[in-house]
Design a protein around this ligand. Structure first.
Ligand SMILES: NC(=O)c1ccc[n+]([C@@H]2O[C@H](COP(=O)([O-])OP(=O)(O)OC[C@H]3O[C@@H](n4cnc5c(N)ncnc54)[C@H](OP(=O)(O)O)[C@@H]3O)[C@@H](O)[C@H]2O)c1
Length: 259
């Protein structure tokens, strides 16, 4: 068990999901107190017995105040995978991050955000920029963060436990779900993970033993930039839709860091 004396209460967003449930358990293993944001209390009671539950919907900003109240950290693993609406990624993957940041109302918890290994890949069929845009909101918020872009769930063999953290958006490969959850929670507890964004896959070998070294080998994102340190420059903010630019301005002003 590891324990960071500054972090105890952790809001888990997406806690009923396949990664979120594992992230809740990882948080407990590390001596943290998870609080799960859930839509369906009865279902969540079954999936997460004994865990503090707070009802809310990422698409309903007014429902999020109680969930974020007083937390030291937030882990976001939500996703719109089960949602058939054509604009679900905008509303849930992206809008969920925006609404959580706005609900914070000036509080400054540490944040770990899970997006995807393809977050910056415009060449992948069906790719949308919504996860990348959600990352940009978090960077613009000025909150202390780590952004984890996992590779393909379930595409790592049981012997592939060596974690590979890459930057630049060109990595590809699989990763076990429990290792994604562990990495998210470790990032909250490890100083060298602060202000970093990386792709996460696993290859043949042993699990990491020195997380400070693992995160420490990465480059930090540039202060003031909305992108990850080696992200491609193919989504200029100036060319973004007006509403996306307005969201960036809004999260910057929440933090008092200007427009
Ligand atoms: N599959 C892959 O190989 C892969 C690789 C990299 C990244 N990803 C990304 O990983 C994410 C999926 O992770 P997962 O498997 O853990 O997802 P999941 O099992 O589908 O869980 C999604 C979570 O988000 C919650 N959620 C959705 N809409 C919500 C809303 N409006 N308000 C509150 N909570 C909401 C769900 O709550 P409910 O239980 O109430 O529905 C659930 O807890 C996707 O975004 C995907 O793009 C996937």
């Amino acid at each position: 068990m590891s324990r960071n004396q500054n972090i105890t209460d952790v809001l888990m967003v997406g806690a009923t999901g396949s990664i979120g449930q594992l992230a809740v358990r990882a948080a407990q293993r590390h001596g943290l107190r998870p609080r799960a944001l859930v839509r369906d209390m009865r279902r969540a009671e079954q999936l997460l017995p004994g865990v503090e539950l707070v009802q809310g919907d990422l698409e309903d900003p007014a429902s999020l105040g109680q969930a974020v109240s007083g937390v030291d950290a937030i882990v976001l693993t939500h996703g719109s995978g089960g949602d058939s609406r054509s604009d679900a990624r905008a509303h849930v993957d992206y809008g969920g991050v925006r609404n959580i940041l706005q609900a914070l109302d000036g509080a400054r918890p540490r944040v770990a955000l899970m997006t995807s290994i393809y977050a910056t890949r415009s060449d992948i069929p069906g790719a949308t920029p919504w996860k990348r845009r959600s990352e940009r909101l978090l960077r613009a918020s000025g909150l202390p963060y780590t952004i984890v872009r996992p590779g393909w769930f379930d595409h790592a063999a049981p012997t592939q436990r060596r974690l590979v953290l890459e930057q630049g958006g060109t990595a590809d490969g699989g990763i076990a779900r429990d290792q994604i959850a562990e990495t998210l929670v470790r990032s909250l507890l490890t100083g060298t993970a602060l202000g970093k964004s990386f792709e996460l896959i696993a290859t043949e070998g042993e699990e990491p033993s020195d997380w400070a070294e693992l995160f420490g080998a990465l480059k930090s994102d540039e202060s003031g930039s909305v992108d990850g340190v080696l992200d491609p420059a193919d989504l200029p903010v100036e060319a973004e839709p007006r509403a996306v630019r307005a969201d960036l301005d809004a999260v910057r002003s929440l933090n008092g860091s200007g427009g």
